[in-house]
Unconditional design. Structure first.
Length: 333
């Protein structure tokens, strides 16, 4: 383990932690990177992968072919001198690091993308310009970078999130857990409802938005995202509070469904959603009448409301539409 004397506030020792000077890197204006320079943790194909494409510009800057100069400097990414025997490449690609500015106490989450900086620089981390700006950092300021092993184990969180073991229904398959930094503690609150959403965006755009921890941004998230083909992604553990429904967040599970305002659920999407909702109702002793559309959730307090979940569950924007869909799909699953 690479560590110093600083420990995480949860008491769980970090898998990786280092404190020292930083600099910035990446993007079209980083002429310290060659036009063909790649990234240690990512390949060109990853620029079109919805899990990671948010990190990159839509096309390589003119005269370049490497991923280094294609990084979007406004996004949150970093490089450290990882020891792959302790933090394997796949582990780094699929976990977020917490970056702390000890001078002002501000922190953000960022995606590891590369190995560096060169030891001769006497720096421990290269950060995106976006991270540096959000934290108020200048070159050679000190930072602490930490990555914590998922606790409980990530596979357990995905496969068995919840308080009981007597659920006769298996949890539906999760294609991938892609952690969002935009979550917080439920502070002991019970899970009492399920809230259904329409992304009003693509899968790629939704995953990117939920991974954006920039304090100046929306900092939104949901527990689950269901794609048009039925794939289920989990982004916040059930035991944590996601930022999806304002005053209803503390006691709810949020499920986003990929679609545009005039879309209806695809058959595969509807099947996955019904199976997941049925598992959640059983797992947390939630009554079927506590499945709400976003606009109709108790304690959702946006003045003027919202059009979400649009027409995904039926042509009429009402809680009665949601209840009918649940009765016809979830309760028969």
């Amino acid at each position: 383990m690479q560590t110093n004397s600083i420990n995480g506030g949860s008491g769980t020792p970090p898998t990786f932690q280092v404190t020292g000077k930083m600099s910035t890197f990446g993007g079209p204006d980083d002429h310290g990177m060659s036009p063909t320079e790649g990234l240690a943790l990512f390949e060109p194909v990853d620029a079109s992968d919805p899990r990671y494409s948010y990190l990159f510009l839509p096309a390589p800057p003119p005269g370049t072919s490497g991923l280094g100069r294609r990084l979007d400097p406004s996004k949150f990414y970093l490089a450290c001198r990882w020891v792959y025997s302790e933090t394997p490449r796949d582990f780094l690609r699929n976990n977020l690091a917490t970056i702390l500015n000890p001078q002002n106490g501000r922190s953000v989450s960022a995606r590891p993308v590369d190995w560096g900086p060169n030891p001769d620089t006497n720096r421990v981390a290269d950060l995106s310009p976006g991270v540096a700006g959000a934290l108020g950092l200048n070159t050679d300021d000190f930072v602490t970078v930490s990555i914590y092993q998922s606790s409980p184990a990530l596979s357990a969180a995905v496969a068995g999130d919840g308080h009981g073991s007597s659920n006769p229904r298996p949890k539906p398959a999760i294609k991938e857990f892609i952690g969002s930094p935009n979550h917080s503690s439920r502070n002991g609150a019970n899970i009492e409802m399920v809230v259904l959403h329409c992304t009003e965006a693509t899968l790629q755009g939704t995953l990117a938005e939920f991974q954006n921890g920039d304090p100046s941004g929306r900092q939104v998230s949901a527990h689950y995202v269901i794609d048009r083909n039925g794939d289920i992604y989990q982004m916040v553990r059930d035991s944590d509070r996601a930022n999806h429904c304002r005053g209803a967040n503390q006691n709810s599970i949020g499920i986003e469904h990929v679609g545009l305002p005039n879309d209806t659920l695809t058959n595969l999407q509807a099947k996955s959603s019904a199976t997941l909702i049925a598992w959640l109702l059983e797992q947390y002793d939630i009554p079927a009448n506590a499945v709400y559309g976003h606009d109709f959730a108790p304690d959702y307090n946006l003045p003027g409301g919202t059009s979400c979940p649009d027409k995904l569950f039926g042509p009429v924007h009402s809680q009665a539409t949601i209840a009918t869909w649940v009765n016809n799909n979830v309760l028969t699953t």
